[in-house]
Ligand binder design. Structure first.
Ligand code: NAI
Ligand code: COI
Ligand code: MG
Length: 363
């Protein structure tokens, strides 16, 4: 039996993971699979219960599972905690502990949501890209990373560090995955300013001849931020370092209509993958049964596909999401003027009801 560790986390995390688990259970019943779910604490919830955002028990449970489903962490309640006790440290910690260096963030546009995007429909309609974000290096992990007293009083330092091996493995992942898509890789950096970006660019150029069927282009991150809105359809695979990928993917979510639509898969070379929406804990709507659960649902689909090789079941979930949207069901973040707004739970129920009878890979 496949074991899934569920880390609901904080804010809307528990609300959306609850619906995602119900959806996975429904696919299990419908298509004849068996899963067990083990719940563990992470983030602010873990700080409150155990005094740390990432208890050892949570790490052990994740290591012993076949896949991990995470909600989100963080919230104003813990914003004054010292760095090591912040909820976000729990998320960074589990990514590092499981060596999940590649974060895949697909940007899929559902035709019935073309009008939900703040970008014009004719610009977003052909967009279909995969952002590959390096996840265990860069500014979020480099040391020193601290507050200290210096010559000018209090100062703070973060370090943007990458070694060649870290850059090479994420770039190889991008080249390899692009072979399942349009064989075009855009590597995003800030090589006009940053030394780490120059190493990144040189590494990409060194590897490119090993992938002669894939075209490689370089783009500076400030331009990339603009091009994503001007003409998102020009991109296929975009690969970039940790912080650039974090920021660009939230921006890219607007192509789909809402941050509540974007799923992600975090994978390493071995061991379980971790699947989570791109969004955070949304404290402004937490506890109100308002959150869009679709990012969590697509993350669940990625879990079934990548960790359990269940491409048919994953396609069934994606098809159910599409049908739900085609039928006009909307949560508040994607609803147009006058459209009926569903709660998180109602949206979950609708998607479950539209699961096709048979799980096949054809969408
Ligand atoms: N992976 C994670 O666990 C992440 C955690 N965070 C944490 O989340 C907390 C809040 O951060 P914010 O900057 O507000 O980012 P956020 O992503 O939580 O929310 C940004 C905006 O998007 C909306 N939103 C997000 N997800 C939604 C959904 N599923 N349905 C409808 N609307 C949705 C929110 O209501 C809010 O207006 C912070 O503590 C932050 O550190 C932020 C990003 C990622
Ligand atoms: C909360 C941060 C640790 C990460 C983040 O914003 C993300 O992974 O998208
Ligand atoms: Mg983010």
């Amino acid at each position: 039996m496949k074991k899934i560790t569920v880390l609901p986390g904080d804010g809307i995390g528990p609300e959306i993971t609850r619906e995602a688990v119900l959806l996975i259970e429904e696919t299990a019943e419908k298509y004849g699979n068996e899963f067990t779910f083990q719940y563990e604490d992470i983030g602010g919830a873990a700080v409150d219960k155990h005094g740390t955002p990432l208890p050892q028990h949570t790490v052990d449970a994740c290591r012993e599972s076949d896949a991990i489903l995470l909600g989100a962490v963080g919230g104003p309640k813990w914003d004054k905690e010292e760095a090591s006790r912040r909820p976000e440290a729990g998320l960074l910690g589990i990514r590092k502990a499981l060596k999940l260096f590649a974060n895949l963030r697909p940007i899929n546009v559902y035709p019935s949501l073309l009008d939900s995007s703040p970008v014009r429909p004719e610009i977003v309609k052909n967009a279909d890209l995969l952002i590959i974000r390096e996840l265990t290096g860069g500014l979020y992990f480099g040391t020193p990373r601290e507050r200290r007293t210096g010559k000018y009083g209090t100062e703070a330092v973060d370090t943007l560090y990458y070694n060649e091996a870290e850059i090479e493995r994420i770039l190889r992942k991008a080249f390899e995955l692009s072979r399942f898509r349009s064989k075009k890789v855009t590597s995003v950096d800030k090589a006009n300013v940053l030394e780490s970006s120059r190493l990144w660019r040189e590494t990409a150029d060194r590897l490119a001849p090993e992938y002669p069927d894939v075209s490689l282009e370089h783009m500076l991150v400030d331009n990339a931020a603009m091009q994503l809105i001007r003409d998102p359809a020009q991109f296929d695979v975009m690969v970039t370092e940790n912080m650039f990928g974090d920021i660009l993917s939230d921006e890219a979510s607007m192509i789909t209509g809402s941050l509540g639509m974007l799923p992600s898969a975090s994978i390493g070379s071995e061991g379980p993958g971790l699947y989570e929406p791109v969004h955070g804990s949304a404290p402004d709507i937490a506890g109100e049964n308002k959150a869009n659960p679709l990012a969590a649902f697509s993350s669940a689909a990625m879990l079934l596909k990548y960790s359990f090789n269940m491409a048919g079941e994953a396609a069934a979930i994606e098809k159910a999401i599409k049908t739900t949207l085609d039928q006009g069901y909307r949560t508040q973040d994607i609803a147009g003027k006058g459209e009926k707004v569903l709660s998180t739970k109602e949206m979950g129920k609708a998607v479950r009801s539209f699961l096709p009878e048979h799980a096949t890979v054809k969408l």
